[in-house]
Ligand binder design. Structure first.
Ligand SMILES: Cc1cc2nc3c(=O)[nH]c(=O)nc-3n(C[C@H](O)[C@H](O)[C@H](O)COP(=O)(O)OP(=O)(O)OC[C@H]3O[C@@H](n4cnc5c(N)ncnc54)[C@H](O)[C@@H]3O)c2cc1C
Length: 497
């Protein structure tokens, strides 16, 4: 069975020796460092959950035809919509509790590159698909994790790579055994708790048109995180220490929850040919980037629905502890949040169901619907936080911190004056408000709002993919038939006048 136990995986992680900087300090033993260890443990915790009976029943473990063994769903190459739907369901359940599953980027880019390397071989008579298949098998057999290193620094956003080489990862040498790459990817989530980096070009659609001069920037490959020349510079979520046994402040975003993001530098990193999946085919750059990002956008719905689920729970509790649960406006606000959660979830599943079987054998979600889903998931970001803050009231940010509740003199006042509905104690009401604060008015809330706007690609990329892949000519033709400008549309429809 190729599903690795968490303890074994954590132990193996320690044998890696990446160059990692946190707080301006080079970490000698990153996986034992208290600033990194919680994230590795968090990742391991998700691994344990995904192997549990509850998640197995939801389809978290599947048999991969590539190695004829059980593998984690997120490491699988999906052959039908069911596997995509299962991942969206699982994402929703996990993200509601842990904010992120931290595996969908690996899943989405691997599935997209399964198709893309196949297309590359058809167009260029290359052997990328065979190599990519071997890498997928290796990832499945080892049950290793990879982070997605996609977004280049990109410098001046209006200029193509060849005009600003340092702003994009590029090939600087081609050798007999492999290639040497240089550049950086600015925001690699969870790079501190994975085994490999999957490096692919940034989205291009709507930004620039690649030319032959950009050929060195057409590069995709996979490398172990401790390959020589890789330097990871971390931006960790704010550390939140427990101040008292009450554990009231920031109940959600404790150490280990949140997104540690790494500026990842590739300073002449050697990559053997077996791990190179695109090298120089500049004419296919845009296609690869669109498939990659378009597939990843389908992950947004399950993710957003999960986060909204927790917001709904917190908002409902806030209303209840304030005595508002039966008021029309509280019910209306909750139903708005509920509708947004279900819309996001349904849109993701719609994209997955209405995708199609690629000639390489993989099932890919529909790019137009996935990209529209990304937009939908960002559209209400901010408004959802408004609802939470509104139902909670000023106490959300103004309730005294837990240290104050530890003082018996202060506590007497707090117990008396911070009561809401009489069925609940003041301290329990404040616990609810502290959860609302963490989700809607803390540094963590800001990070997750930012994540809903920017993770997986910017909003313009989503709109641009909708425009590029939508069958506009088909819709124009039907409009022409109805207007009396054409005889028949694509399904033979004729307007009888
Ligand atoms: C929490 C978090 C986690 C992340 N995790 C990962 C990860 O794991 N892996 C990874 O690779 N990336 C990751 N990212 C990066 C993320 O994908 C990018 O931030 C996102 O794609 C936006 O790119 P950018 O930051 O370069 O902003 P930009 O692309 O610079 O966007 C800023 C603005 O400029 C506009 N713009 C850009 N170019 C043009 C143009 N030519 N013409 C007109 N307008 C333009 C955009 O539409 C946008 O309005 C993460 C980001 C966040 C916030």
């Amino acid at each position: 069975m190729a599903v690795k136990d968490s303890t074994e995986w954590l132990e193996e992680l320690k044998s890696q020796k990446p160059i990692m900087y946190v707080d301006g300090e080079k970490l000698e033993k990153p996986y034992e460092d208290p600033r990194i260890l919680p994230y590795a443990k968090g990742h391991a915790g998700i691994r344990t959950e995904l192997s549990s009976p509850l998640y197995r029943e939801m389809g978290s473990i599947v048999t991969s035809p590539l190695i004829n063994e059980e593998v984690n769903l997120f490491a699988n190459i999906h052959e039908g919509p069911e596997q995509w739907i299962n991942r969206t369901r699982i994402q929703r359940v996990i993200n509601r509790r842990r904010l992120c599953v931290f595996r969908c980027l690996q899943e989405d880019t691997s599935n997209a590159y399964w198709a893309f390397t196949y297309e590359l071989d058809q167009a260029h008579n290359t052997e990328y698909h065979k190599r990519f298949t071997e890498w997928v098998k290796h990832m499945q057999k080892t049950d290793n994790l990879c982070a997605g290193a996609i977004m280049d620094a990109r410098g001046d956003r209006t200029k193509p790579p060849h005009e600003q080489p340092d702003a994009f990862v590029r090939v600087v040498e081609r050798e007999k055994r492999g290639i040497v790459i240089r550049g950086s990817k600015t925001s690699v989530s969870m790079a501190c708790a994975v085994n490999e980096l999957f490096i692919t070009p940034s989205p291009i659609s709507g930004r620039y048109t690649p030319t032959a001069e950009d050929k060195d920037f057409a590069v995709a490959c996979a490398v172990p995180v401790d390959s020589e020349g890789i330097v990871m510079i971390g931006k960790l979520p704010t550390k939140r220490e427990r101040k008292t046994d009450l554990r009231m402040d920031y109940p959600f975003g404790r150490a280990g929850v949140g997104d540690p993001v790494f500026l990842t530098v590739f300073d002449n990193v050697f990559v053997p040919w077996e791990r190179v999946f695109l090298c120089g085919e500049w004419d296919m750059l845009e296609r690869g980037a669109s498939l990659g990002i378009g597939t990843h956008f389908s992950a947004k719905g399950g993710c957003k629905a999960g986060l909204l689920d927790l917001m709904i729970g917190a908002a409902a509790l806030a209303a209840e502890y304030n005595g508002l649960e039966n008021t029309p406006h509280a019910r209306q606000k909750l139903s708005i949040l509920m509708s947004w959660a279900e819309e996001a979830y349904a849109a993701a599943i719609g994209a997955e169901v209405e995708g199609g079987k690629h000639s390489s054998g993989v099932w890919l979600p529909d790019i137009v619907k996935s990209s529209a889903n990304k937009w939908l998931c960002s559209e209400h970001g901010g408004d959802d936080l408004d609802i939470l803050l509104d139902l909670g009231g000023g106490l959300v940010t103004n309730a005294p911190e837990e240290m104050q509740w530890n003082s018996s003199e202060v506590r007497a006042y707090l117990d008396k004056y911070l009561v809401g509905k009489k069925d609940y104690s003041a301290i329990d009401r404040v616990r609810v408000m502290k959860l609302v604060e963490d989700m809607a008015a803390s540094d963590m809330a800001g990070l997750f709002h930012q994540a809903s706007v920017n993770t997986g690609g910017d909003l313009m990329a989503a709109r641009s993919l909708v425009y590029s892949f939508f069958d506009l000519e088909d819709r124009k033709l039907t409009a022409k038939v109805v207007a009396g400008l054409a005889e028949k549309d694509n399904i033979g429809f004729t307007w009888h006048r």
